[in-house]
Design a protein around this ligand. Structure first.
Ligand code: ZN
Ligand code: ZN
Length: 314
């Protein structure tokens, strides 16, 4: 008797669950939304890191960029555009991901926080290495272009964190003090990292780093390094044979022993130049995507060790 009644009982339970699920969804208009937490959409990993560190358990953060995918050329599916329309806060960097900029313009209203608005960005032209009076412009970025890779200066990231805490405090005023406290703790971590970088890169045999794409302008500016980017500010640009020859010449001229490549971009071009000039290759992570292990802080420390070895720092 019990056995025979089970299927019907199960069916009833399933029906109830389904009804419950539907009711749960329609109540707040989105799947997975949590009324107790601020729904935050982050456009790519470093912004997810910031939102999670500062928001803590008061936020639910969704990263628009998929793990292992290069976020510059991110495309949004309709579900993600829906997430942008429904999120309580969208944290993005205007000028970094055109698809996100469009979705924000069309759907976000005043719920978007543009981290590029916190401090003036560096000019794109300043990111590359140039000899005084010589060899003008290769791979020119559009005039007036800005370098978006601001998260690679920890002190700038700390300031962005302070502003994000204020913005979260407006979304959830009851927990504003928590956000401020967490931003302060994050700032302490980032300032410690900044000190390690300044000390670790103080005395080096070389200061030129040959990188895959021109992502390290802020890091170079902060720690007095010179960046020779093989490609421009976006990684997908295929370098011309002429550009490859220029970079090889630069690498030789500065005695570079290491050509850097990135986890999310093919190492082929870096390997070609390294072979040509008799250098090694090593991964220098621009932290555009989530690190395979650890977080922003540990990935930055790994980069510091890589740089110290490659540049012969004492
Ligand atoms: Zn980049
Ligand atoms: Zn040079």
């Amino acid at each position: 008797m019990t056995v025979r009644s089970t299927p019907r009982a199960l069916a009833a339970v399933v029906a109830l669950l389904t009804l419950g699920g539907v009711a749960g969804c329609s109540a707040d208009g989105s799947t997975g939304a949590d009324p107790k937490r601020v729904d935050v959409v982050a456009a790519f990993y470093p912004l997810q890191f910031l939102a999670e560190r500062i928001g803590g358990d008061a936020v639910k953060v969704t990263n628009l960029a998929k793990p292992g995918a290069e976020p510059h050329d991110l495309e949004l599916n309709p579900g993600q555009v829906g997430q942008v329309s429904e999120a309580e806060l969208i944290v993005y960097l205007k000028g970094f991901q055109p698809a996100v900029d469009d979705a924000v313009d069309q759907n976000a209203g005043d719920r978007a926080f543009d981290v590029a608005s916190v401090q003036p960005l560096l000019d794109a032209a300043a990111a590359g290495h140039q000899h005084e009076g010589g060899e003008a412009g290769h791979e020119e970025e559009p005039t007036g272009g800005k370098d978006p890779h601001v998260w690679l200066d920890p002190t700038r990231l700390a300031t962005i964190g302070d502003r994000l805490a204020e913005r979260l405090g407006k979304a959830d005023p009851d927990r504003a003090a928590d956000f401020t406290a967490r931003a302060r703790a994050l700032r302490a971590d980032l300032e410690k990292l900044d000190t390690e970088y300044a000390q670790g890169l103080q005395t080096c045999q070389r200061r030129e780093m040959v990188t895959s794409h021109t992502a390290f302008g802020y890091l170079a500016a902060r720690y007095r390094l010179e960046q020779v980017g093989i490609t421009g500010l976006t990684p997908e640009a295929e370098p011309s044979p002429q550009r490859l020859a220029e970079v090889a010449k630069e690498a030789r001229e500065h005695g570079a022993t290491t050509i850097f490549f990135e986890t999310l971009v093919s190492p082929k071009v870096a390997e070609t130049i390294a072979r040509e000039v008799g250098a090694k290759t090593a991964v220098l992570d621009p932290i555009e995507g989530a690190p395979a292990a650890g977080d922003y802080l540990s990935a930055m420390r790994a980069d510091l060790q890589t740089l110290r070895t490659a540049l012969d720092c004492s």
